[in-house]
Design a protein around this ligand. Structure first.
Ligand SMILES: [Zn+2]
Length: 145
């Protein structure tokens, strides 16, 4: 099988592990790859920022009130994208959008919450929740024995 340049598809001559005919093709191939990856990251960041913006605006009016999933969907909130999630002591999910979070209540209902300043507290509580999940998993295993 004759090898072809991954960029321009021309036949390669020389070493058998060659992937490109020259530096121009190699650079062009990799910069295209980076451009695609950056486009994906940009798209996701835009969705995350939009989600945060919706919550930030709602937070001003709806702070402490329960809001429905349908209401957020009506505002084009995208539930598929979030920055991280936390599990609180009552096993409820807190879905975070940078510094603003949706706390799950009964099915389809949420409260908007601002996370406390200082990212360390965010990551500490994440670590705690992981530990909590690990412990409960261990308990389940023990119970089965
Ligand atoms: Zn080439």
């Amino acid at each position: 099988m004759k090898l072809k340049c991954k960029e321009c598809n021309s036949k390669l001559v020389g070493r058998s592990d060659k992937k490109f005919c020259n530096d121009y093709c190699r650079t062009s191939f990799h910069s295209k790859l980076n451009r695609d990856q950056n486009a994906t990251i940009r798209t996701i960041n835009a969705i995350l920022r939009k989600n945060r913006r919706i919550l930030a605006l709602l937070y001003l009016d709806e702070n402490g009130k329960w809001i429905q999933k349908e209401y957020l969907q009506m505002l084009n909130f995208n539930f598929s994208f979030y920055t991280h999630s936390l599990v609180n002591s009552s096993q409820k999910n807190t879905i975070c959008y940078y510094d603003i979070a949706l706390c799950e209540g009964k099915t389809g209902w949420y409260k908007i919450k601002k996370l406390k300043d200082g990212s360390s507290s965010i990551f500490q509580s994440k670590a705690k929740s992981n530990l909590f999940l690990k412990e409960s998993a261990t308990h389940q295993l023990t119970a089965k024995e």
